[in-house]
Design a protein around this ligand. Structure first.
Ligand SMILES: *Cc1c(COP(=O)(O)O)cnc(C)c1O
Length: 415
């Protein structure tokens, strides 16, 4: 075999990190539905715990032994190895939800007195955690907006007097639901500005909107990349899970926190996600191809305005997109002419496209951000973020694109 040849992640999703010899020749990794693992000897149990509890360094080639499923389980470890390939990350930690990945990152890497600099808008659950939970632990937050320049953000931080306490820059790009793009490299430069020799300011990127295929934040200076694996990675609207990837050092810290919060995913979820990963590329390719057709159709329709699709970016945004993204993705938002009444009439008239929050799944999903996912956003921020009463968000699935356009078309006619 040519050892220099490097297989693409999609070719490795069926086999990487698993050997059929371990399980009676079973081609698929079984579900290790077990809480605990039997040690061969007391000496082995002692050695495993020394590594798990950090009592000594791992020897070269030594792996963390299987102890107990809150610490590790083959379905999670193999899944983590496979997920790491897409982002070319050293390590990955899988969680029972996207929110548990995000909250564990905050709890591990922020301390009382620290300030979190974050992009607006972030996912509603993240926004709540930042404003109402971190607050209880004495962690302050400062929000910035898409299209603010680095200098404007630095000026805002200076005026707040909190610059010396910034410990993390947290970004969600493209922003949900309007696909506003934020430059990850700029966020890295901001983090460098607030880093000191004693304390490195980290950059964490929630990459859920682009999945592990279409944007690789670690390559653009991020330290941590986060996913709600409920979305593209799971991809079938049948599970809740999350993941965080980064360096060995950071993910080891995160996994230690995970062990004590106990918010790892279970073996069944791990197994389902491995099954999902086998088709990740074909699903996402088809979703992106469908989204391009749907976005073009919507843009040409006289009852539709302001189609927000990454493929339509211009100027400075387009430059950031070209540098940072590998696809225009499968999320499209747009306004129908009119207000909430017209938007609801349209949504209620759809038959193939389903009315539900969430995204990235095989079926196309539509929702009304102003009254659903972004109902908690203040009127002032809604205005600033262009979340109007006629804005609709569409997550494009793998259906036949002609069928999708047919359904959208007949519903637009009902307005
Ligand atoms: C859904 C979502 C989350 C939260 O993930 P859960 O799996 O629902 O906990 C976080 N960030 C983004 C961008 C999301 O879309």
């Amino acid at each position: 075999m040519d050892s220099k040849y490097k297989y693409s992640p999609e070719s490795l999703m069926m086999s990487h990190g698993y050997s059929p010899e371990w399980s009676e020749g079973s081609i698929k990794c079984p579900i290790f539905q077990t809480s605990t693992f039997v040690f061969k000897s007391a000496e082995e149990g002692k050695a495993f715990f020394e590594v798990a509890y950090g009592l000594r360094e791992k020897k070269e080639e030594e792996q963390l032994g299987l102890i107990y499923s809150r610490i590790n389980n083959p379905d999670l470890e193999i899944l983590e190895n496979r997920l790491s390939l897409w982002d070319e990350a050293e390590e990955c930690a899988v969680f029972e939800s996207g929110m548990s990945a995000i909250s564990t990152v905050f709890l591990e890497f922020l301390h009382p007195g620290d300030v979190l600099l974050f992009s607006n808008p972030v996912y509603g659950g993240t926004d709540h955690f930042i404003k109402h939970i971190l607050d209880k632990y004495g962690i302050d937050a400062l929000g910035y907006y898409p299209h603010q320049t680095k200098d404007e953000i630095i000026e805002m931080v200076r005026e707040s007097g909190k610059g010396s306490r910034i410990a993390m820059v947290y970004v969600e790009t493209p922003a949900n639901p309007t696909n506003d793009i934020i430059d990850i490299q700029m966020c890295k430069e901001l983090a460098d500005t607030y880093s000191t020799p004693e304390h490195k300011c980290l950059v964490a990127v929630d990459n859920t909107y682009m999945g592990p295929l279409w944007q690789h934040p670690l390559k653009h200076g991020a330290d941590l990349v986060l996913y709600s694996a409920t979305k593209y990675i799971g991809g079938h609207s049948d599970l809740i899970a999350g993941a965080c990837l980064g360096s060995n050092e950071l993910i080891t810290r995160l996994k230690t926190m995970r062990t004590f919060l106990g918010n790892m995913a279970g073996p069944w979820t791990g197994w389902l996600l491995m099954r999902s990963l086998e088709t990740l590329k074909v699903r996402m390719d088809k979703q992106a191809a469908n989204a391009e057709k749907v976005a073009k159709y919507l843009q040409s329709h006289d009852k539709v305005k302001n189609v927000h699709y990454l493929g339509f970016l211009k100027g400075e945004d387009k430059k950031i997109f070209d540098r940072q993204c590998e696809s225009a993705g499968a999320m499209v938002s747009f306004e129908v002419k009119g207000k909430e009444k017209e938007a609801f009439k349209f949504i209620n008239s759809l038959t193939l496209v389903k009315l539900a929050v969430s995204l990235g799944s095989t079926e196309s999903l539509i929702q009304h951000p102003a009254t659903m996912t972004h109902a908690g956003v203040s009127d002032e921020d809604k205005k600033r973020l262009n979340i109007s009463s006629s804005l609709i968000r569409l997550s494009v699935g793998v259906e036949n694109s002609d069928d999708l356009i047919h359904d959208l078309d007949q519903a637009l006619q009902k307005i």
